[in-house]
Design a protein around this ligand. Structure first.
Ligand SMILES: NC(=O)c1ccc[n+]([C@@H]2O[C@H](COP(=O)([O-])OP(=O)(O)OC[C@H]3O[C@@H](n4cnc5c(N)ncnc54)[C@H](OP(=O)(O)O)[C@@H]3O)[C@@H](O)[C@H]2O)c1
Length: 334
């Protein structure tokens, strides 16, 4: 376990890093992402921050960014309006960042929800609880690779907040869970998590400078968890948003989770660089320790399920982007 004191000391050292870290937050209009954004803005020196809000939350998010402008006037704060339940909207996000920046140092992704009301597909034909937690996140990393590759730090960082380390078996014949008998809140969470780990591992192998963290934050007292409580899901002792945000910033900026040290905050004394999964990403538990799910993941990789997930996902992306461009309404098929 990484103590909160160690986390806070590391975060405080962010101020002494070179100015001008560029960070993109997807999912920071609420909960874990919002707290991570607040901690980053508090500690970084002249950060250039981009944050995505869907139309309904633009006003409240702009007001949050205004408060950050006042507390850290050295930073620049850019709101991008996009609904990331649609994969194609990620293109808007990437274009908005690329218009102003030539590099990206940190990508923090925490958009997502559990579909307690059931599966209600987007106009791209996807379950939004999966598109926010898997498809759009993966498409964002893929599209942002050129900017991440230009990062000023030696190893640009991607943090995806979901359930790293607690992947589960996939319905390999129906990766998008189109069969209504196969779809459930639990199965869509398992698919988003497991496909997320496998696809991020592939990106890590292809981009050896990239440090990718898939974090399971444990129960956190967010608006998302409050909504889950209305549907009878109330895990005991959730972590506060304040502590979770501090821990999120540690994951995004400490070299404990870097494939190459240098550029961000060095590993605290007494700790070592975390061990990566067999596929090359950091699967991290709520308190910052590496987790191990190799018995499941190694089998999936050995049977080529990671490649099947990748191919399926690329087909979904092609369909979403083509349909959006052509204004079509069709379902992406495998
Ligand atoms: N909190 C926990 O206990 C916990 C535990 C494990 C994993 N997680 C995972 O961690 C991530 C963040 O959770 P959180 O508790 O911080 O959630 P949250 O407070 O509900 O915030 C979720 C974020 O996702 C966005 N979002 C939600 N539904 C969306 C939709 N249909 N389309 C587009 N954007 C949408 C929200 O945007 P708006 O503000 O516009 O709604 C917000 O930015 C989620 O993926 C969650 O599954 C959470």
């Amino acid at each position: 376990m990484v103590s909160l004191q160690t986390v806070q000391q590391s975060n405080a050292r962010l101020a002494s890093l070179p100015k001008g870290l560029v960070a993109l937050f997807i999912g920071a209009t609420s909960g874990i992402g919002q707290s991570a954004l607040q901690h980053f803005a508090q500690h970084a020196s002249a950060p250039r921050i981009y944050s995505v809000a869907r139309p309904a939350t633009v006003v409240s998010h702009e007001s949050l960014l205004n408060s950050l402008r006042q507390s850290n006037p050295t930073g620049t704060y850019n709101l991008i309006t996009a609904d990331v339940s649609l994969v194609s909207e990620i293109d808007k996000v990437v274009d908005a960042v690329a218009q102003k920046e030539t590099k990206l140092d940190i990508l923090f992704m925490s958009a997502g929800f559990m579909a307690f009301e059931g599966r209600r597909d987007t106009r791209e034909g996807l379950d939004p609880s999966m598109s926010t937690r898997y498809y759009s996140r993966l498409y964002a990393v893929q599209r942002l690779l050129p900017l991440l590759d230009n990062a000023g730090v030696s190893s640009p960082r991607v943090v995806s907040v979901l359930a790293g380390g607690i992947e589960g078996p996939l319905n390999e014949r129906d990766l998008d869970l189109r069969d209504p008998a196969k779809w459930s809140i639990w199965n869509s969470s398992v698919h988003a998590t497991t496909m997320g780990t496998l696809a991020l591992e592939r990106l890590a192998r292809e981009n050896p400078r990239l440090s990718i963290v898939h974090w399971y934050p444990g129960p956190v007292a967010t608006p998302g968890l409050a909504k889950a409580a209305q549907f009878g899901m109330s895990p005991p002792n959730p972590m506060s948003m304040e502590e979770t945000g501090a821990r999120a910033l540690f994951l995004a900026t400490n070299d404990r989770y870097a494939v190459q040290p240098g550029g961000l905050v060095s590993v605290p004394e007494g700790l070592e660089v975390a061990k990566r999964s067999g596929g090359g990403i950091f699967l991290v538990d709520p308190l910052g320790e590496e987790t191990n799910n190799e018995s499941l993941l190694a089998d999936l990789r050995a049977r080529g399920v990671d490649e099947a997930v990748w191919r399926f996902t690329q087909r979904v992306f092609a369909t979403c982007v083509t349909h959006e461009r052509d204004g079509l309404e069709k379902e992406p098929r495998s």
